[in-house]
Design a protein around this ligand. Structure first.
Ligand code: FAD
Ligand code: NAP
Length: 510
């Protein structure tokens, strides 16, 4: 690691003036306060030119960035582009420039070790120093650190591991910000560990036959702003591991997600509850040694053996109910997955699923799908068009919108069904509309009873143009649509007709 000698700080003649009681601050220009800096960092501006990506920085590269308008500094192994921060630094520009293109850890520790620079400079993070840090006392050396660059797409993650007496921690450096617990799937079966990190449209796999036994329970942590994933395994015996284990198939590979096969784990049926005359809420429990969270709007594949043949069908997990008070993601992996599934008496898969007894097992794949919550950024009016079980992806989208979208003014669901009896969670939808004034629901029935005095028919231009009213003239809108394929295709065609662009529409399909 590069180290700047830490004597005389601040330097004689520096902007930073030292008062007898300690350090004083340099007067900052107007509009350069901490609040101004915080506001700027939240503006969505790209401070590194890396579009949210992270790189490994060599000493040679770091040294090149030593000018005021191009100033990189390494602090505790992470490199920041501090040029945008120069004018906001309470200690003045000259002080920052003392560590330009170098490791400023000692300087930093001496002056303001307590400052939460990780948060302050999080948007300025360029990446990690390529140099390996010294091995901390009491920990064994890493078995291997790999770094292969794919020809295109995001740069390859690498991994590393360390141990204490009772635990082994595997660290994946994704080199991407905005990684969260949804991005990691971990399965521990006997002593084989399979950990998949989904990074943009690529998948990084750690697949190892562990050298020693570990306990079933493990924890997964994500350090979002540095793109680091930690999997903490608990040793069965307190022996020192000489190596992590033997590589298994596709270990340490980084390939486009579309080229990876589906991996299944056995989940147990915990409960089954009628929701309508033909639709049930199934609750499946993940194995204790699995970490899997399905991202908003994505689906998984369920696999069952039907008369000796393996049948696979896609299903979209939902929340347990629309009204359970929406909670922040929990730190430990979610253990239950809920599905709203319509049983087709003449269908191939669903009657078999319906015949399962509580305690039976179904195979569940990892998440798939191309819906990204980032599409909803800054959206003010969200319109959801669902037909039949096409309602399922709307459940998590709705949940996300009402809990996480601060820009949201209105979310409207137009729900197409044959009859009133087919409306899934009608009572909950109506309670939700009463509870949250931003939410509205309208039903359209294609085969209503004579008593029905609501909207009737199929998706049409007239129905949509009346429904898709913005809350403000130029409000930012987004539309989601899901149902039988011809419904979705027709809906998207009509939305284009009504001048909505592809960027404003997401059609859920297989
Ligand atoms: P199938 O065997 O596919 O039959 C379905 C119906 O079509 C039956 O009524 C059957 O009689 C009829 N049929 C079949 N073949 C013919 C034929 N040749 N001619 C005429 N009629 C025929 N469904 C849900 O309930 N919940 C979900 O969350 C969900 N999520 C999904 C997510 C995605 C991405 C996709 C693509 C689909 C999703 N589905 C969901 C639908 C699900 O995948 C299945 O298609 C559905 O459960 C039917 O499966 P099945 O094997 O029981 O019926
Ligand atoms: P359904 O009850 O048969 O139909 C729901 C409504 O859609 C009915 O009013 C129906 O009218 C109407 N509809 C059907 N075909 C139409 C068409 N061509 N044009 C306009 N309206 C049409 O639906 P379902 O049995 O629940 O099926 C739901 C579908 O959603 C399945 O195909 C499933 O695969 C799909 N799905 C997809 C995803 C996904 O891609 N992520 C997720 C969940 C579900 P009619 O009375 O005239 O039939």
């Amino acid at each position: 690691m590069l180290n700047v000698p830490s004597q005389a700080f601040p330097a004689p003649g520096s902007q930073q003036r030292v008062a007898s009681q300690g350090r004083s601050k340099v007067p900052l220009k107007q509009g350069r306060s901490l609040m101004d800096w915080i506001r700027l960092t939240k503006s969505g501006k790209d401070f590194t030119g890396l579009k949210g990506g992270l790189i490994e920085v060599t000493e040679e590269e770091l040294k090149k960035h030593n000018k005021k308008d191009d100033c990189w500094i390494c602090i505790r192994g992470f490199v920041y582009n501090v040029s945008p921060y120069m004018e906001y630094h309470p200690g003045g520009e000259d002080e920052l420039m003392r560590a330009a293109g170098a490791d400023g850890t000692d300087l930093f520790n001496e002056v303001h070790r307590w400052v939460n620079y990780e948060s302050m400079l999080k948007e300025c993070l360029v990446g990690r120093m390529a140099v390996k840090p010294a091995v901390p006392k009491g920990m064994l050396p890493k078995s291997q650190v790999t770094d292969t660059l794919p020809r295109e797409g995001p740069s390859s993650p690498s991994y590393d591991w360390f141990q204490t007496e009772s635990s082994v921690t595997i660290v994946i450096y994704t080199k991407q910000k905005n990684i969260n617990l949804d991005s990691v799937i971990v399965d521990l079966q006997d002593d084989s560990l399979r950990a998949e990190a989904v990074i943009k449209d690529h998948s990084y796999l750690i697949h190892i036959g562990l050298s020693h036994e570990v306990q079933e329970n493990f924890s997964v942590r994500v350090i979002e702003n540095v793109g680091k994933i930690e999997i903490v395994l608990q040793k069965k015996e307190t022996v020192s591991w000489k190596c992590l284990g033997d590589p298994l198939e596709k270990h340490d590979s980084f390939i486009p997600k579309k080229d990876t096969g589906l991996y299944y784990r056995q989940c147990q049926l915990i409960s089954k509850e009628d929701v309508t005359h033909d639709t049930r809420l199934f609750c499946l429990m993940l194995p204790p040694s699995t970490h899997l969270q399905v991202p908003v709007g994505q689906h998984v594949y369920l696999k069952l053996s039907v008369t000796g043949a393996e049948i696979v069908k896609p299903y979209t997990p939902v929340s347990e109910s629309l009204l359970s008070d929406f909670k922040e993601p929990v730190l430990s992996p979610n253990k239950y997955i809920y599905f709203l599934i319509k049983i087709y008496p003449a269908g191939l898969f669903t009657p078999e699923l319906d015949r399962l007894q509580i305690g039976d097992f179904v195979s569940v794949s990892g998440p798939e799908g191309n819906f990204k919550v980032s599409k909803l950024q800054e959206v003010e009016d969200l319109f959801l068009l669902a037909a039949g079980t096409g309602f399922t992806p709307m459940v998590t989208v709705l949940n996300h919108a009402l809990t996480h979208m601060s820009s949201l003014r209105k979310v409207k669901l137009m729900f197409f069904n044959k009859t009133e009896d087919d409306i899934i969670w009608r009572c909950q939808l109506e309670k939700l509309a009463l509870k949250d004034k931003r939410f509205h629901v309208e039903y359209v029935l294609s085969a209503p009873s004579p008593e029905w005095n609501g909207k009737q028919g199929h998706v049409s231009r007239a129905l949509l143009s009346e429904f898709l009213q913005r809350s403000l003239e130029n409000s930012k809108v987004f539309l989601c649509i899901c149902g039988p394929t011809p419904f979705t295709d027709e809906g998207i065609r009509l939305l284009h007709d009504l001048n909505f662009s592809d960027d404003e529409i997401h059609g859920f399909t297989a």
